[in-house]
Design a protein around this ligand. Structure first.
Ligand SMILES: C[S@@+](CC[C@H](N)C(=O)[O-])C[C@H]1O[C@@H](n2cnc3c(N)ncnc32)[C@H](O)[C@@H]1O
Length: 173
């Protein structure tokens, strides 16, 4: 976990798809009893997918990768007509907001973040678009803050404004 000073912490799941990434981050922060207040913003270009994220209801099959203790604390099993699904526990859900954003556009109005997750979306972009998107996102991070990308992705040739911490984790310089 990053060593955080005081103040509200903001984390951005850019290209959040149906919300699994954003809620996983929320579970980890809740589990580590982060002292600062925090919020997570999930954005995606697909309004259909964003609706699913806002519902925060998933087929039970998707729970297989969630650690048991997280399942017990942060997920509620559906009953009756909702059987075979689970929902994210309302208090945790309230810490995560979803909104539309096209990463190729100017995104300054989303505000500044302490950590940005840009995972498994650069595959859709050519090199010029990757450079533009990463440069835009980095404007919303302070020096020393973190950018996370997917395990199979690279920022090689995309930006010189970061240093690699470990594979897929970069720090703004
Ligand atoms: C494979 S999912 C990645 C989900 C999540 N980040 C993860 O790693 O599990 C890719 C997502 O990128 C979104 N996407 C594609 N182009 C985008 C764009 N220009 N702006 C925002 N989101 C985009 C898609 O709608 C899709 O939900």
């Amino acid at each position: 976990m990053p060593q955080w000073d005081s103040g509200n912490k903001r984390i951005w799941s850019a290209a959040s798809s149906s919300g699994e990434e954003a809620f996983s981050i929320a579970m980890v922060l809740a589990e580590h009893s982060i002292k600062q207040s925090w919020e997570i913003v999930g954005t995606d270009i697909s309004t259909r997918i964003l609706k699913a994220a806002q519902n925060a209801q998933y087929p039970m099959l998707r729970s297989k990768d969630i650690p048991q203790e997280y399942l017990k604390k942060y997920c509620l099993k559906g009953i009756d007509s909702e059987e075979g699904t689970f929902i994210i526990e309302p208090n945790l859900k309230s810490k995560v907001v979803f909104q539309y954003a096209n990463l190729k556009k100017n995104l300054i109005d989303l505000g500044d973040f302490d950590v940005i997750f840009l995972r498994n979306v650069m595959i859709y972009f050519d090199m010029e678009t990757k450079r533009h998107v990463v440069s835009m996102l980095l404007r919303q991070l302070k020096t020393g803050d973190y950018l996370m990308i997917g395990h199979s992705e690279s920022l090689h040739g995309v930006t010189s404004e970061v240093r690699s911490v470990v594979p897929s984790i970069y720090q703004k310089t």
